[in-house]
Design a protein around this ligand. Structure first.
Ligand code: NI
Length: 189
């Protein structure tokens, strides 16, 4: 089932998330719904708060970028309770990002080039791995959503000032999207 994407300004994007437990009801269904919702909106990553669910769950599929970045071929990940460890000596790289919850806005964000990630997959297997490059960026962006952070929180104050009107318009529902959304105010489609 395709779910509405919650937009910038909605309190669910600023709500603490809970750990997913093995007895979480209908977890497989929630993962399926997040996948369907992400593909229907042409996203490459989605976090549970973006569909209004305050748990630590992320789905990523960056395969669509494999023409430009061959290392992303067939990279699809379900991240349950992901934990990122960052070595602060690892350099950051600035690159443009967008977000299904912040339609029409693309801004450069500095992210660590390499992270260490621990997570549980949909079969309840735990993994631990160093992740680099663009995938590290996507993982950091999605995991931010689990901790009440949206990418525009990480841009420079000057850039933020410049997009203030656009952000306010999203909050006011003055935004056009070709996917289902839910904001503080109803959005036009
Ligand atoms: Ni996002």
């Amino acid at each position: 089932m395709i779910l509405p994407i919650y937009l910038y300004g909605h309190p669910v994007l600023r709500t603490d998330t809970e750990l997913v437990t093995p007895d979480y009801p209908d977890l497989a269904q929630l993962i399926e719904n997040m996948k369907e919702t992400m593909y229907a909106s042409d996203g490459i990553g989605i976090a549970a708060p973006q569909v209004g669910v305050s748990v630590r769950l992320v789905y990523i599929d960056v395969d669509v970028l494999a023409d430009d970045m061959p290392e992303l071929k067939d990279v699809r990940m379900v991240l349950i309770n992901p934990e990122i460890t960052i070595d602060e000596s690892v350099p950051t790289v600035s690159r443009e990002e967008g977000c299904l919850s912040v339609p029409g806005i693309h801004e450069a964000v500095a992210r660590h080039e390499k992270i260490h990630l621990k997570w549980t997959d949909e079969n309840w297997q735990t993994h631990e791995q160093d992740i680099e490059g663009y995938l590290a960026r996507v993982v950091q962006h999605e995991c931010d959503h689990l901790f009440k952070t949206v990418f525009v929180d990480r841009i420079s104050p000057i850039r933020k000032q410049l997009i203030r009107t656009k952000l306010n318009n999203i909050v006011k529902g003055k935004v056009h999207c070709n996917y289902r959304t839910r904001g503080v105010k109803p959005a036009r489609r």
